[in-house]
Design a protein around this ligand. Structure first.
Ligand SMILES: [Cu+2]
Length: 156
C-alpha cells in the first residue's frame, strides 16, 4: 500500500534537509555540492514457493551525497515493502540509507525487498521488473532474474 508514502517521504526529505544544513552552501541553494550516483548490481529473486517473495540487490553510490531507498513498486504485487531482519525476525522499515561513496546491500538473512500477495508465481529463468524509488535520485527500473529457491550468491 502506498497511501502513506507521499507524506512520509516529504517528512523524511524535510528531516534530511534540516540535518544537512550547515554542510552545504550557505545561500540555501538546493543545488549544493554533489548528487548521489546510484548503480544497481547483483539483483535476483529466489523462486517463490508461496505467494510471497523476497528480492535482493546491491545499490552502489559513487556520489558524494547520501541517498535513501524509500520504496519499491512492481507489476507483480501491489504490496511491496522493504524489510530488515533483526534477531531473525523481519520488520518493515521506512527507508534504507545509501551512504555517500558507499553501498546498500540487500542479501539473504538481512535487508530485503518483500513482495506479498503475488499476482503470479514466476518460474526460474523469468524476470520480475521492479522500480526502486529514492529520496533524491530518480527512480531506477531493474529486472530481477528469478533464481532457484535456495539461491544465495554469498555462499560459495
Ligand atoms: Cu520480509
Amino acid at each position: 500500500m502506498n497511501r502513506r508514502t507521499t507524506a512520509l517521504s516529504a517528512a523524511v526529505a524535510l528531516a534530511a534537509s534540516l540535518a544537512l544544513t550547515g554542510c552545504s552552501s550557505s545561500d540555501g541553494s538546493p543545488s549544493g555540492s554533489g548528487k548521489p550516483e546510484l548503480k544497481v548490481s547483483g539483483a535476483f529473486m529466489p523462486k517463490p514457493v508461496t505467494d510471497m517473495a523476497g528480492g535482493f540487490l546491491t545499490i552502489t553510490n559513487d556520489g558524494d551525497t547520501a541517498d535513501r531507498l524509500t520504496s519499491v513498486t512492481s507489476p507483480i504485487s501491489d504490496d511491496v515493502t522493504i524489510h530488515e531482519t533483526k534477531n531473525q525476525k523481519m520488520q518493515e522499515v521506512k527507508f534504507f540509507d545509501i551512504p555517500a561513496n558507499g553501498k546498500l546491500s540487500l542479501a539473504r538473512g538481512g535487508n530485503h525487498i518483500m513482495f506479498m500477495s503475488l499476482k503470479e508465481k514466476p518460474e526460474q529463468g523469468d524476470k520480475v521488473s521492479v522500480e526502486l524509488h529514492f529520496e533524491k535520485s530518480d527512480p531506477i527500473k531493474v529486472d530481477l532474474p528469478v533464481e532457484a529457491a535456495n539461491h544465495n550468491p554469498q555462499q560459495h
